[in-house]
Design a protein around this ligand. Structure first.
Ligand SMILES: Nc1nc2c(ncn2[C@@H]2O[C@H](COP(=O)(O)OP(=O)(O)OP(=O)(O)O)[C@@H](O)[C@H]2O)c(=O)[nH]1
Ligand SMILES: [Mg+2]
Length: 210
């Protein structure tokens, strides 16, 4: 979302889509381009982020780029390709964070197509100068969607990698993120907003709920 009346004034917000995984539980077919309601899943994720950020950054492997670009023709996207594939989502997140000069970034995985823009906007609003914020859903603290301070997030990724941990949860713990409680989350997002697609069964369940 660029503000045409203030072309040099941005709000310092990036939207990051993590898409560098192998979709092994999806038979190795890139789930980013699987269609939900007639649109590639990554398109839906970009559409959630786009209204509330100044730029979109997609982390992926080099060989995914052409097909993901084809799915994202409606958006102005920067690609942050993994220098080395298959090092896990923490490497992917760090690659994406290094590709932006925004102060804060909303981070979504490519397989979470129902998160409302309003919820992401709420996360930005509730951050209040902190290093990061994530929701608690079904009594579990989720690593994504998250809003993180980009430079702090990059350091937290490096610390996590050095500790030999490959979990995004570890990055969020290192950032000492604020956790939105279930009730506040439910007030700003529907119950199915955080449904994510790992398998064909997940895709069918999501199609049935929409
Ligand atoms: N850059 C990068 N991103 C990854 C990697 N592994 C997972 N991701 C991303 O992290 C997010 C969560 O991962 P998963 O839901 O496990 O997705 P996935 O690894 O593609 O799927 P599975 O192979 O079935 O585990 C997704 O958005 C993935 O694209 C990786 O090795 N490198
Ligand atoms: Mg995986």
């Amino acid at each position: 979302m660029a503000d045409a009346s203030h072309p040099h004034l941005d709000t310092g917000r990036a939207g990051i889509i993590l898409a560098g995984g192998r979709s092994t539980r999806f038979d190795g077919i890139d789930k980013a381009t699987a269609t939900v309601g007639g649109q590639p899943m990554i398109h839906r994720v970009a559409a959630s982020l786009d209204p509330v950020v100044d730029e979109l950054v997609v982390n992926c492997r080099a060989e995914q780029r052409d097909s993901l670009a084809g799915a994202l023709l409606d958006f102005d996207v920067r690609f942050a390709e993994d220098a080395h594939p298959d090092r896990g989502p923490v490497f992917g997140l760090r690659t994406a964070l290094r590709a932006t000069s925004a102060e804060y970034a909303a981070v979504l995985p490519t397989d979470m197509p129902l998160v409302p823009s309003g919820f992401i906007s709420h996360l930005f609003g509730r951050l209040q100068g902190g290093a990061g914020i994530v929701p608690r859903v079904s009594e579990t603290t989720q690593p994504l969607p998250a809003v993180v301070h980009c430079r702090a997030g990059e350091v937290a990724c490096t610390d996590t990698i050095r500790a030999g941990d490959d979990r995004l949860q570890a990055v969020m713990s290192a950032l000492d993120v604020t956790v939105l409680d279930d009730r506040e989350v439910e007030a700003h997002a529907g119950t199915h907003a955080f449904h994510n697609v790992n398998s064909f069964d997940d895709l069918r369940a999501l199609a049935a709920r929409r």
